[in-house]
Design a protein around this ligand. Structure first.
Ligand code: SIN
Ligand code: FE2
Length: 218
């Protein structure tokens, strides 16, 4: 089977849903039908607010490169982690949240049982081979009633989905181009992370994995 035929088949098949918690799901291939619009929108956002490496409050440099869009984006430096309405690189507001991101996030949230998801913050992480994200909780958002919607593109990753303490055992879940993970409700504050990305080349995104997370932060 040629690669093109395979891609077309992906578009036509309903997304496969895997449950990884009481209110947490992997929606396999869910982003694929919207891929063209998604990549064009991503390009526009990153031209306005380029990916950059950020410092942690502890003085480390994060291995993933980061940007944001929406009313609120992520700022991290020696002073701490916070959502900010302004891109610290340009001192301008972050790019607007593209309609393609908003629509996909809302439908993915609905498919996972969360209606009325209206994200106001979107973080974009680019992982080169070797980059990772240590176990953490997403807890800087004002309220935890809304889920996190996390879109994976490009190179595959091993996602760790843990418990409510860092030391709790984790599930290891392979995430591929087009998969979306949604976690909320009772699972909203689970620790999660990404193991170091393995070397590879993706036909559309090259030597990187892109992760786009949409949140209701403000
Ligand atoms: C994150 O936790 O913000 C990113 C998760 C991922 O890259 O899959
Ligand atoms: Fe996170």
């Amino acid at each position: 089977m040629s690669l093109d035929l395979f891609a077309e088949q992906d578009l036509q098949q309903p997304a496969r849903v895997e449950r990884i918690g009481d209110q947490a799901y992997v929606l396999r291939g869910f982003a694929l039908p919207a891929l063209t619009q998604l990549l064009a929108a991503l390009d526009g956002v990153l031209r306005q607010s380029p990916l950059r490496q950020m410092q942690t409050p502890g003085g480390f440099t994060m291995s993933a490169r980061l940007s944001s869009c929406g009313d609120l984006g992520w700022a991290s430096d020696r002073d701490g982690y916070r959502y900010s309405p302004v891109d610290p690189l340009s001192a301008q507001p972050w790019p607007a949240l593209p309609a393609a991101f908003l629509t996909l996030a809302r439908t993915a949230a609905e498919a996972a049982g969360f209606n009325g998801f209206v994200p106001d913050a979107c973080l974009i992480n680019s992982y080169a081979p070797g980059a990772k994200m240590s176990l953490h909780q997403d807890k800087n958002e004002r309220s935890f009633t809304a889920p996190i919607v996390s879109i994976s593109l490009g190179l595959p990753a091993t996602f760790q989905f843990g418990g409510f303490q860092r030391s709790a055992p984790t599930q290891r879940i392979s995430l591929f181009h087009g998969d979306i993970v949604v976690w909320g409700g009772v699972d909203r504050l689970r620790y999660h992370g990404v193991l170091p990305i393995k070397p590879g080349h993706h036909s559309l995104l090259g030597e990187q994995r892109i992760n786009i997370t949409l949140r209701q932060a403000g």
